[in-house]
Write a protein that binds this ligand. Structure first.
Ligand SMILES: NC(=O)c1ccc[n+]([C@@H]2O[C@H](COP(=O)([O-])OP(=O)(O)OC[C@H]3O[C@@H](n4cnc5c(N)ncnc54)[C@H](O)[C@@H]3O)[C@@H](O)[C@H]2O)c1
Ligand SMILES: O=c1ccn([C@@H]2O[C@H](COP(=O)(O)OP(=O)(O)O[C@H]3O[C@H](CO)[C@@H](O)[C@H](O)[C@H]3O)[C@@H](O)[C@H]2O)c(=O)[nH]1
Length: 486
């Protein structure tokens, strides 16, 4: 097959939705159907309010929905009709059983594979879009072949990991640094790689479509995320040293980032990295290393997550110690709850850990985020770690705080000024652009004194805020006298 005409994608989430919308947009002659078990999600994709917030997405969807882009819950028929089936289902961290807390849970993937096998009456290319452990293609191949009633039907599996980042997904999909396709080095394998490549080559230059073997493609995805997260943890570790020595982490980042071997991107120290991928994928890498007996390698990568946890705790400790060693009964405004700007996604957001730390010390929080609704914030704060991606809580799951405690300690506001009014401190957790241009004189006037700002993203103008009267903590920057221990 060189020119596919029907594509189906299982999983209408943050990856499946935008990725397929871009393929449909760029390839009007290919019919693209995105299917999901979640009726609410599919209804939202078919409505004016898409289920995810992503700049530019609505325009792309509107241009081709109903033309050659369809969203449906009829998984079986859409898969049966397709030449290429992408699988973009969630692959969360396992919460029970062997490998709990580290290994990837492939139950959703296996469920999808069994369904594909049971409905297929023609040969298909199956594309791993989800991020999966190395050698998943082999396991999935066995499930597919053993469950298909028709021995004439052949499944050729490709690994095509997705590198888009949320908030810039449309830009990343339209102009990717590279597209990676892993396949078997056989006649069928090479033909399948060419068929998929021909889809991307409608808009991506051929030299940017990289070919690899299946295992290298699977491992490249985990490695890319581990390396990106490692850069952040490295800078976060240096941010602690900067505070202890009087150096400035942004100056250090600039100085090292101009070395072309290091490069300037992904050197922003922060309150900690979040998102659905980095922690999950590194834990998965750690688990794979442990499974093959590479303890030192596993420990090395695990330290990236340990540093991230340290950074989130360190931020909480700075807030508490700065405010005279207690936040009990004090109102604190949390500016930003999403894991980064330009998304409403809160999966593994550092805001959860920061809020938990402050609630534990007795603080009353008021959260403002331009994209995250109140019920999502309350749900996130009451959900045990790793369980956000699982539809049902396993028996015995420990809740970090009861729902009633969250209701009591956390309010939300759709107005940043209202969120800050009467507070003792503001904590900037997400780097939303709008936070830089708030009227801080007005905010200062409405707050209890001394009024603190803890900038976990270094997005505010610290000297100007000090001149307004705020006590300002800026992550990784010299501490002002008020915040230095006696
Ligand atoms: N979010 C990102 O930015 C990103 C980027 C690159 C790769 N990834 C990877 O892509 C995969 C998907 O991530 P996501 O963020 O889109 O997840 P998501 O949770 O937003 O979407 C997954 C969807 O799959 C559906 N699903 C699960 N099992 C199904 C089945 N058997 N049949 C039909 N639908 C089913 C779920 O209902 C859900 O809507 C993960 O492996 C993730 O690691 C994510
Ligand atoms: O210098 C930086 C850059 C990022 N972050 C934080 O790191 C997290 C992740 O950010 P980012 O990587 O931009 O977003 P994701 O959508 O999680 O994208 C990552 O994870 C995806 C899922 O695997 C991959 O496809 C992408 O290539 C990879 O960048 C966020 O909390 C950011 O605020 C920092 O703290 N400092």
């Amino acid at each position: 097959m060189t020119s596919p005409t029907r594509i189906c994608c299982i999983g209408a989430g943050y990856v499946g939705g935008p990725t397929m919308a871009m393929i449909a947009y760029k390839c009007p002659d290919i019919q693209v159907t995105v299917v999901d078990l979640n009726q609410q999600r599919i209804d939202a994709w078919n409505s004016e309010t898409l289920p995810i917030y992503e700049p530019g997405l609505h325009e792309v969807v509107k241009a081709c929905r109903g033309r050659n882009l369809f969203f449906s819950t009829d998984c079986r028929q859409s898969v049966a009709d397709a030449d290429i089936v992408f699988v973009s289902v969630n692959t969360p961290t396992k919460v029970t059983g062997v490998g709990a807390g580290k290994a990837a849970d492939l139950a959703y993937w296996e469920g999808a594979a069994r369904m594909i096998a049971s409905v297929s009456t023609s040969s298909k290319i199956i594309v791993e879009k989800s991020t999966v452990p190395v050698k998943t293609a082999e396991a999935i191949g066995k499930v597919l072949q053993r469950n298909c009633a028709d021995p004439e039907v052949h499944f050729e599996i490709l690994s095509n990991p997705e590198f888009l980042a949320e908030g810039t997904a449309i830009k990343d999909l339209e102009n990717p640094d590279r597209v990676l396709i892993g396949g078997r080095d056989t006649e069928e394998g090479r033909a399948a790689v060419e068929a998929l490549s021909s889809v991307y080559e409608r808009w991506v230059p051929r030299e940017r479509v990289l070919r690899a073997n299946l295992w290298s493609a699977e491992l490249s995805k985990l490695t890319a995320n581990a390396m990106l997260a490692q850069r952040i943890s490295s800078m976060n570790s240096i941010s602690a040293l900067c505070e202890a020595t009087g150096a400035d982490v942004q100056q250090v980042a600039h100085a090292i980032g101009t070395d072309s071997r290091i490069g300037p991107k992904f050197l922003n120290a922060s309150v900690g990295f979040g998102g659905s991928c980095f922690q999950k994928d590194i834990l998965n890498l750690v688990y794979i290393c442990e499974s093959v007996g590479l303890k030192q390698v596993a420990d090395y990568w695990h330290s990236v997550i340990q540093m991230n946890d340290y950074q989130k705790n360190r931020f909480v400790e700075r807030v508490i110690s700065g405010m005279f060693n207690t936040v009990s009964g004090k109102k604190i405004a949390i500016l930003g709850f999403a894991f980064k700007k330009d998304t409403g996604d809160t999966r593994e957001t550092p805001a959860i850990d920061v809020c938990h730390g402050l609630i534990s010390d007795g603080a009353d929080l008021c959260v403002y985020d331009p994209q995250v609704p109140k019920d999502q914030i309350h749900r996130d704060l009451a959900t045990p770690k790793f369980l956000w991606d699982h539809p049902t809580l396993p028996n015995g799951a420990q809740m970090p705080f009861s729902c009633s405690q969250i209701e009591k300690s956390v309010t939300t506001s759709s107005d940043p000024y209202q969120a800050c009014a009467g507070s003792h401190a503001l904590c900037v957790i997400t780097e939303w652009d709008e936070f830089a241009s708030l009227d801080y004189e007005r905010i200062y006037a409405s707050m209890s004194k001394p009024a603190f700002i803890f900038d976990g993203r270094n997005v505010l103008e610290h000297e100007r805020l000090r001149s307004v009267g705020f006590i300002v903590y800026a992550l990784g920057k010299p501490l002002e006298a008020f915040l230095r221990p006696e």
